[in-house]
Design a protein around this ligand. Structure first.
Ligand SMILES: NC(=O)c1ccc[n+]([C@@H]2O[C@H](COP(=O)([O-])OP(=O)(O)OC[C@H]3O[C@@H](n4cnc5c(N)ncnc54)[C@H](OP(=O)(O)O)[C@@H]3O)[C@@H](O)[C@H]2O)c1
Length: 339
């Protein structure tokens, strides 16, 4: 677990500033739990600290990981904590427009203090919404397809949660990277229609009782990019072509007893995991991926769908919507909007 002193906001029971320095509005949790724990408060601005920069936040992002940070199942930030792992805004000092990832939270706030190394300038041709929606989830999709999945042109690719933040970018990026066939999994007809509009050749319901059989049709998949785990990941293994690769970026459904080497050997299958923090630790790699995503966005070849934009007071409802699988694309938080 990574501790962050900047997260130790000094919030009293009424949510008023009790520390020194300027106050800001933020969404705070005092204990791990459900969406009802998310509380709008006025807290002290974070200090920049060594290696960090201050960003006047325009928009913060919502990520599925936030739900698991809120419950304490994933990264357990020191409490009280401000959740949120991605922001876009203006860097204090030079006023440049930057997008940043926050490995220790602090995003649902008017001011954030990301590590300078996890901050990238946004080119003029890319708007705030797109830059924010692309960085965390787009870099995950891109890294999973290329670094972990070693996607080659012409290969058949499967993508789970294909209408989600990571998934809808993965479908577009697979197409950009030359995938020969894309099979998208999503749980509702509306989501499947959306995935098809992004370039998926085939769309499937993850609850299909013969999911493995359907994935194996037309010779099977060379790469299965999964963010769900459990029975969906197992179906992905069964649906791989010989020498196919499973790439996991998340497994909220569990890995169902795991895989044995023997099971992988049945199809000469590979199993790889992509975790963005390892790309983030390599500045050249991180900025290279960000640059690639921004170029595609500026050319209009990669477009993040904005599902909704909520004020800070709407974060709890947005968490509920994401948990209920109602969102398609990226959910944004306009930290300056009253309401
Ligand atoms: N490895 C990394 O570095 C990294 C970085 C970022 C994100 N991730 C992971 O990538 C995944 C997607 O993240 P995201 O922020 O883009 O979220 P998201 O895909 O926008 O939302 C989650 C989606 O997962 C699907 N899902 C399947 N089972 C679910 C369940 N039991 N409860 C809720 N949703 C379920 C839903 O799509 P359907 O209804 O279509 O099934 C839902 O829309 C998450 O697992 C996240 O942890 C990993």
């Amino acid at each position: 677990m990574e501790a962050d002193k900047d997260m130790d906001a000094d919030v009293d029971v009424d949510g008023d500033v009790t520390g020194d320095g300027a106050g800001m509005r933020a969404v705070v949790i005092d204990r791990y739990g459900g969406p009802e724990e998310l509380r709008l408060a006025t807290v002290p601005e974070p200090a920049a600290g060594p290696g960090r920069v201050l960003v006047d936040v325009t928009l913060a992002g919502l990520n599925y990981a936030d739900l698991e940070c809120r419950t304490g199942e994933y990264l357990r930030f020191p409490l009280p904590a401000v959740l949120g792992v991605d922001v876009v805004g203006r860097r204090r000092g030079d006023g440049r427009r930057v997008v940043a990832l926050l490995r220790t939270g602090g995003g649902y706030a008017e001011v954030a203090a990301p590590e300078a190394a996890h901050t990238v300038e946004v080119p003029d041709g890319v708007g705030d919404e797109q830059a924010l929606a692309l960085l965390e989830q787009g870099a995950t999709a891109y890294g999973a397809l290329t670094l972990a999945g070693r996607l080659r042109p012409g290969e058949a690719v499967g993508v789970t949660a294909a209408a989600g933040g990571v998934g809808h970018l993965a479908v577009q990026l697979a197409r950009e990277l030359g995938a020969g066939r894309i099979v998208a999994l999503a749980s509702t007809p509306q989501k499947r229609e959306f995935a098809r509009s992004l370039g998926a050749d085939t769309v499937l319901d993850p609850e299909d009782p013969d999911l493995a059989g359907r994935l194996a049709e037309s010779g099977g998949l060379d790469l299965f990019l999964d963010s769900v785990g459990g029975k969906v990941l197992r179906a992905g293994l069964a649906g791989l072509a010989p020498f196919g690769r499973l790439v996991s970026v998340g497994a909220r459904g569990g890995v169902e007893d795991g895989f044995t080497v023997g099971e992988l050997a049945e199809g000469s299958a590979g199993l790889a995991v992509f975790w963005l923090k390892h790309a983030l630790a390599d500045r050249a790699l991180f900025t290279g991926i960000a640059g690639q995503l921004f170029r595609l966005a500026a050319d209009g070849r990669l477009v993040a769908r904005i599902d909704r934009t909520v004020p800070l007071s709407g974060v709890a409802a947005a968490h509920r919507a994401m948990a209920a699988r109602e969102t398609m694309g990226k959910v944004l938080v306009d930290v300056r909007r009253e309401g």
